[in-house]
Design a protein around this ligand. Sequence first.
Ligand code: ADP
Ligand code: ZN
Length: 212
Amino acid sequence: MFHGARHGWIEVVAGVMFSGKSEELIRRVRRALIAGRRVQLFKSHLDDRYGGQFRISSHDGREIDAEPVSNSVQVAEKVSPSTQVVAIDEAQFLDDGICKVADALADAGMRVIVAGTDMDFRGEPFGPMGPLLARAERIDKLHAICVVCGDPATRNQRLIDGAPAPAEGPTIQVGGAESYEARCRHCHEVPKRDRAQRELLLKRGKEKWEGI
Ligand code: ADP
Ligand code: ZN
């Protein structure tokens, strides 16, 4: 797709939790290893759901470990000039500086693959994911399955003791299936936010919203 004399681009794998972003990132990295590319893999140090580390191996026996990073500067520092493919998982936890770092690496000829949850539990853009999506040459938005209705899921439902968590909670709260569910737009619930949005629409005199 992007072959030619001049290399270097950004591709983003976005989507809700459980949509298979890590699976897709691993697939792309494994294929880059098969192609004999020099690959570095990073992931946010906040994500220790898989025991802190994960390792990707290809069928021809090559393998790489994910290097934990806590900010974008660490990514820039750890990338070796001879690297051809840079993969970053859980990018939503990184700072906005990752946009400039990804641009610089792509400009320098590297293939930059970024995976991350594009929306927080309120349904708002998550950290640097919005600006990364805007910069990317290629975007894939993956869906999970809504656990309520079975439609394609795009939203992260945060739960506290099984009930929808209110909008004013912290944006970053690392958790797995015990505190998050994949849901579609219509089954996604954010108690305080939903009320505030309805009030705003009513205040603007949009009668059609009154029955909601
Ligand atoms: P992500 O990195 O996007 O969080 P993963 O690659 O870690 O996703 O996990 C994807 C896997 O999660 C799927 O292959 C599936 O086995 C599992 N899974 C659990 N709950 C769901 C769901 N509601 N919808 C789709 N897949 C789910
Ligand atoms: Zn649904």
